[in-house]
Write a protein that binds this ligand. Structure first.
Ligand SMILES: CC(C)(COP(=O)(O)OP(=O)(O)OC[C@H]1O[C@@H](n2cnc3c(N)ncnc32)[C@H](O)[C@@H]1OP(=O)(O)O)[C@@H](O)C(=O)NCCC(=O)NCCS
Length: 144
């Protein structure tokens, strides 16, 4: 499959939102997934937002970030018509490479318990599950 992996541009915004909706990723359109916030986020050096493009259409995304100590893989999604062809694997590996270039040697991902596809994928790539860890968040407003 001829697929180009390139940096996200803000003009990709609508297509990416559609893809995330198709992938049932939790969306915060008034918060961190708003156009304005994404436009801000991609200005940061520690935000590596990549899209997979095939014949001009966006069919995959991955957003890698880091805090100087640990890399994180977020917003991994592959269009339903292109799944099980290795693109998810390719996007994660590319995100890892970009993080390693910045010196990050530990990469983590948060995966919901009812997502065996994603869990299998990460385990296949050598990620170790940590079921003993509980995730806590605090938000300044409900849709943040
Ligand atoms: C998870 C997701 C990104 C996988 O993308 P993909 O391109 O289909 O993944 P790959 O083809 O690279 O799959 C690699 C491996 O992952 C595992 N895997 C992928 N999809 C799977 C599924 N539906 N069920 C079980 N295992 C699955 C398999 O081990 C697979 O290897 P195999 O095809 O040789 O058996 C895709 O299903 C998706 O976009 N899901 C919706 C969004 C999402 O859940 N994102 C992750 C949030 S943490």
């Amino acid at each position: 499959m001829e697929v180009l992996i390139r940096k996200f541009k803000i003009s990709d915004y609508e297509e990416v939102m559609n893809l995330w909706q198709l992938g049932r990723l939790p969306l915060k359109p008034q918060g961190r997934d708003s156009r304005a916030q994404l436009e801000q986020q991609i200005k940061f050096d520690q935000v590596i937002f990549l899209v997979a493009e095939k014949e001009g259409k966006i069919i995959g995304t991955v957003l890698a970030t880091h805090d100087g100590r640990k890399g994180w893989i977020n917003r991994l999604a592959v269009h339903p018509d292109y799944r099980r062809q290795g693109l998810g694997r390719r996007l994660i590996k590319r995100a890892e490479e970009e993080l390693e270039k910045k010196g990050l040697l530990l990469v983590a991902a948060l995966i919901e318990e009812d997502n065996p596809a994603s869990m299998n994928l990460f385990v296949q790539l050598g990620y170790e599950p940590h079921p003993e860890i509980k995730y806590f968040t605090k938000r300044k407003f409900h849709g943040a």
